[in-house]
Design a protein around this ligand. Structure first.
Ligand SMILES: [Zn+2]
Ligand SMILES: [Zn+2]
Length: 333
């Protein structure tokens, strides 16, 4: 009998699905690409035919211009690609993010892309699909990574904001996904004041709203005075936290929303005064809970801290291996 999943090949530049002649999230331009989600390490420009959810295609158009080879696939729709049945199901990571379910010759393989299990008001919840092989990320694949409740982190932000109305709280957040999630989480905690944003996230805010994610009243920092921004939340990409741009803000309390904020040293490196542990990736408990729930015969680990998760799988009688894909590390996540 052939080895399980022998029709799927892991190359450093992506996962190649041979009987479909298609690549998943390839880092180099390919003739056929299946894209899990819009983050730039997964969705690159320059491919021939691209199969992705409508939201992911819109994000790619926003970043790379028109996608003439783009074909959209709705969640749960099945499309035959070559000799493989392909289905996209929600991954709970960012708007439009998908796990890709591949079925071929009686075997089912799920490629998770990036995912998380906790609720996120900006995207559909992760759907568990039992499978023979689960191909998972492991960005936070160490037991030290346990993300707290999102609501308690948002409350810490609001507490700090209200403690000194002469200052603003500047939150560094990944432009795609995290920024819009922080805004909607603030709204869910009852914060309805205008939120200021850095110009770099404007188009993605608009894109989220065009897909029905309500963000409330937003204002561009470019047209506001220091006085107006005092006592308000300002959202900017992490790269803007320590640059000249932030001088226009009223004595900002610098915050950053990322799973890496669990590591004090990372917060210090970025001069972050208020680290918020809010991640769009599964933490250790979510990774292991997901594997327990799916009961796959094998787990293949794409990127992140593979060793500990591989060891955990082996102690739970699940075969596991590392794929050593390169270029998928999320520094700002
Ligand atoms: Zn991602
Ligand atoms: Zn990623």
């Amino acid at each position: 009998m052939a080895r399980l999943g022998s029709w799927i090949k892991a190359h450093p530049e992506g996962i190649y699905v041979a009987p479909a002649d298609a690549w998943i999230d390839p880092s180099q331009p390919k003739r056929h690409a299946l894209i899990t989600h819009g983050h730039s390490d997964h969705a690159r420009g320059g491919h021939g035919a691209v199969l992705a959810t409508p939201e992911t295609l819109a994000i790619m158009e926003c970043r790379y211009g028109p996608q003439p080879g783009g074909q959209s696939i709705a969640y749960d729709e099945t499309i035959r690609v070559g000799e493989v049945d392909v289905r996209f199901v929600p991954a709970g990571h960012v708007l439009g993010s998908a796990q890709i379910v591949l079925e071929h010759k009686g075997e089912r393989v799920v490629v998770s892309g990036d995912y998380k299990r906790r609720p996120d008001p900006t995207c559909a919840c992760f759907v568990p699909v039992p499978c023979d092989i689960f191909i998972t990320e492991a960005t936070f694949g160490l037991p030290v990574f346990r993300h707290p409740e999102t609501g308690s982190e948002i409350d810490r932000l609001l507490h700090r904001l209200h403690a000194d109305p002469s200052r603003c709280v500047l939150v560094g957040a990944y432009a795609l996904g995290k920024a819009q999630r922080i805004i909607t989480e603030l709204r869910e905690r009852g914060h309805h004041d205008p939120i200021y944003f850095h110009g770099a996230i404007e188009r993605l805010n608009q894109l989220y709203e065009s897909f029905g994610v309500a963000l409330g009243e937003l204002r561009h920092t470019g047209s506001a005075t220091k006085q107006e921004m005092a006592g308000h939340v300002v959202i900017a990409p992490p790269s803007a936290l320590n640059d000249r741009w932030s001088r226009r803000l009223p004595d900002p309390v610098t915050a950053m929303a990322s799973g890496w904020m669990r590591i004090r040293q990372r917060a210090r490196q970025r001069n972050v005064e208020l680290p918020l542990i809010i991640s769009d990736h599964a933490d250790w408990d979510e990774l292991t809970m997901t594997i327990r729930e799916l009961e796959p015969a094998e787990v293949w680990i794409t990127h992140g801290r593979e060793e500990a998760l591989k060891h955990w799988c082996m102690t739970h009688q699940i075969k596991a291996c590392e794929l050593n894909l390169v270029g998928y590390e999320d520094e700002d996540e």
